[in-house]
Each structure stands twice: as C-alpha cells, then as structure tokens.
Design a protein around this ligand. Structure first.
Ligand SMILES: [Mn+2]
Length: 396
C-alpha cells in the first residue's frame, strides 16, 4: 500500500512497543518548540523548528511512550504563515493516524502561544491560540484550569467531546495543566496545590509554563522556596519557559527549547526528557533520560577591521576574502535543508567604518549566503569606542 505518512515512511521498522501493563508509564517531556520562528527571514531555518517537532514525535514512537507533554510556547506567536501551519497539521495528522490515536500529545499555552505584537498592541487578552485550533481538530489535548472556580473544581477531567478540561489520567499518571499564568504565577499556585488530589495510587504531573529564579542569569523567575509546597502533591513538575535545561531536586524538570530560538540558546544545554515511571513495592520509581535533538549548527567568525573603511566595496571585499579563507573547510555539497549547513554568526571588531559606508546588513547577508554554504548570517558589531577629544578634532 502506498502511503505518504511521514512516520510510516521513516520509522516502519523501528517502532518501540508500548508497555501494556498499568505498572510502567513512559512519556516524553518537551517544551518551547517555537513553531513559526524565523519564518519571515529564512525558510530553511523556519523548517528547522518543524523538524525538531517531528523528531520529538519520532522519539515518542521509537521509545513506545504512552504520551507526550509540551510545556508551552509550542508556537512562537499568533502569526504563522499558512504553509507552515499546513506542515504542522500534516505531521500531527500523520502521527495520530500512525499511532491510531494511542499516544496523546498533551499541551498547555505558553506566553508565546498567545502573543502578538501588532502596531504596539498586545493581543493576549482575547484568548486565541493555534493550540486551541489543534485541540478543536482533535490533534492535541490542550489542558487548562478554570482558575476563577472554587479550588475543588478548577481541574475538570478532559472531555473528548467538548475538548475541554484541566486534567487527564493515563494509566496511573494524572496530568494537571494550566495556561501561562503571567509573570507572577505564585498567587495561583496555592489554589492549584489545593485542587490537586493526593492519592498514593496515582502519580501526579503538573504541567506549567514558568522559570525558576537563578536558573538563567538575569532572567526573572519564581523563587524555589515559593513552590516547594507543591511537592506534597506533585510528583513531577513539568516546566517550560526557560530555554536552558535544568532539573531541581529530582522533581522539577525543564527540558529547554528544542531548537535555538536566538543565538544565545545555542550555548545552552537543551533537549527533551524521556521519563519512565514504574511501581515497585507500592512506591513509584522514576528513570529519566536526556536526549539532545539534531539541531542546526552555528559557527562564529570574528573579523578585525584595522582601519576606518570609507569605501563600501572595499569593506565588503575584505570581509568576503577573510571568509574565503576561514570557511574553506565547509562542505559545499550539502543541501540547505541539511542541519549540517550552519548558521554563520559574524562578529565585526576594530575600527568602525565611516558613516559613508555603513554596512547594509541585509545586502551583506545575501551576498555571503550566495557565496558560502551557510544557511543564514547574523552580523554583530563590536567596534572600538573612540573618545573624540579636542586633540582629535584639531588633528583631523
Ligand atoms: Mn519560549
């Protein structure tokens, strides 16, 4: 039979068998996929985010997991081009068809899923997201709590008819989730804690989109001491938000972004977690494995400008000649869709070119991409700061 199912084509021989007993539960925990990132700037880079998403689902298949958790920021904003969304829907449809709906993809909304800045107006209060669309199509399970309700009822079980709910049970694991709670989620956390049912026969997972203070330099987060109280009722706190991976106290897990959303992400440890929960002698035992995804390579090049360039052609020729020798080692025979073709981060240092030959970043980027096997270029300037003293002016 002919098929165009992307999972069947690639994985027909490597599917992991799901454990059918109630005693072993496996899941993938991923976050911050940022689908739609880079879409206006570079199509290959935009596709990298979709590839990372597909790779997560492939891991779910090869390891025979029971479900996949996505800790928010599945999309990078409300703006997504139709071609991108079509690819994402196809992947999710193929996955559902290939698994016959047996591996649920459980998600919450992150701050990016509801974000749009258009003419300076934030859009988030209107409550729309692409995750809501995917949920209404039956392609994912989107969890959210009714935080206005009394705490006993804020997490109704997910109903597959109305496609609404705040928790879902799979084997003996119960997953609770809420949308992004804003920059200060602490005010909601005690209500959430009260609403989570403690039952020693069940393993509780709480899916949230916030960071923990101190895990990323200069990025605000929730204080660890303010969430310790959750540990009495939550066995596994599944986070998203910070793009840098961290694990705290063997119960707080943040996988990091699946692709590098900005060049800084490239320096972070990131990936996904494969978690296995088994019940031995009435106790839950957790095993965690970390997977790195096949991401696009990044390379840095620094070029020193030794004098103040006044002619644009000379300046560009100098940069291109320098790159000609330093990028010689790159493989020219690969396709830009291959993640081995790198993104070039170009740092210009030394004397700032004269105002007459200001670098046109867009133009230089296009030239470099045409001449070298790099998929995209980012140009950074770190020119010397010249203090203009009275003497300078007199000499000039
Ligand atoms: Mn994010």
């Amino acid at each position: 039979m002919k098929t165009d199912n992307c999972f069947e084509l690639k994985l027909s021989n490597t599917i992991g068998l799901k454990d059918t007993t109630q005693n072993i539960v496996k899941f993938i925990h991923a976050s911050d996929i940022h689908l739609g990132a880079a879409q206006y700037r570079n199509e290959y880079r935009a596709n990298d985010f979709i590839h990372a998403f597909r790779e997560i689902l492939e891991l779910a298949l090869t390891h025979g997991v029971d479900f996949v958790l996505l800790g928010g920021d599945v999309f990078t904003s409300l703006e997504i081009l139709p071609g991108q969304l079509t690819k994402i829907v196809k992947i999710l449809k193929d996955f559902k068809e290939f698994t016959m709906g047996s591996i649920l993809i459980i998600a919450i909304e992150g701050n990016h899923d509801i974000r749009k800045f258009s003419r300076g107006i934030r859009f988030e209060r209107r409550g729309q997201s692409w995750l809501k669309l995917l949920n209404s199509l039956g392609l994912i399970v989107l969890l959210d709590a009714d935080l206005e309700a009394p705490s006993e009822v804020i997490f109704p079980p997910y109903d597959f008819d109305t496609k609404k709910g705040g928790k879902i049970q799979i084997k003996n694991v119960v997953i609770y989730g809420t949308r992004y709670l804003g920059e200060k989620p602490i005010s909601f956390l005690s209500k959430i804690r009260k609403a989570i049912v403690k039952n020693n026969a069940l393993y509780n997972v709480l899916l949230q989109h916030f960071g923990i203070e101190g895990q990323m330099e200069n990025v605000p987060g929730v204080k660890l001491e303010d969430i310790q109280h959750l540990q009495h009722r939550v066995n596994y706190l599944a986070l998203g938000h910070f793009h840098k991976q961290f694990i705290i106290g063997d119960w707080i897990y943040n996988p990091g972004s699946s692709e590098a959303v900005c060049s800084m992400d490239n320096s972070f440890k990131r990936g996904v977690f494969l978690i296995e929960i088994s019940k031995e002698l009435q106790e839950f035992v957790k095993k965690a494995k970390i997977f790195r995804l096949i991401n696009r390579k990044y390379i840095w090049e620094t070029i020193q400008l030794n004098f103040e360039y006044r002619n644009k052609n000379n300046l560009e020729n100098f940069i291109i000649n320098k790159l000609n020798s330093s990028l010689k080692y790159l493989n020219c025979n690969i396709n830009p869709s291959n993640p081995q073709m790198p993104v070039l981060l170009l740092l210009l240092k030394g004397k700032e070119p004269s105002k007459l030959c200001k670098i046109n970043e867009k133009e230089l980027r296009r030239k470099i991409c045409n001449l070298f096997p790099v998929v995209d270029v980012r140009i950074y300037n770190k020119f010397e700061i010249i203090l203009r003293t009275l003497d300078n002016y007199i000499l000039a």
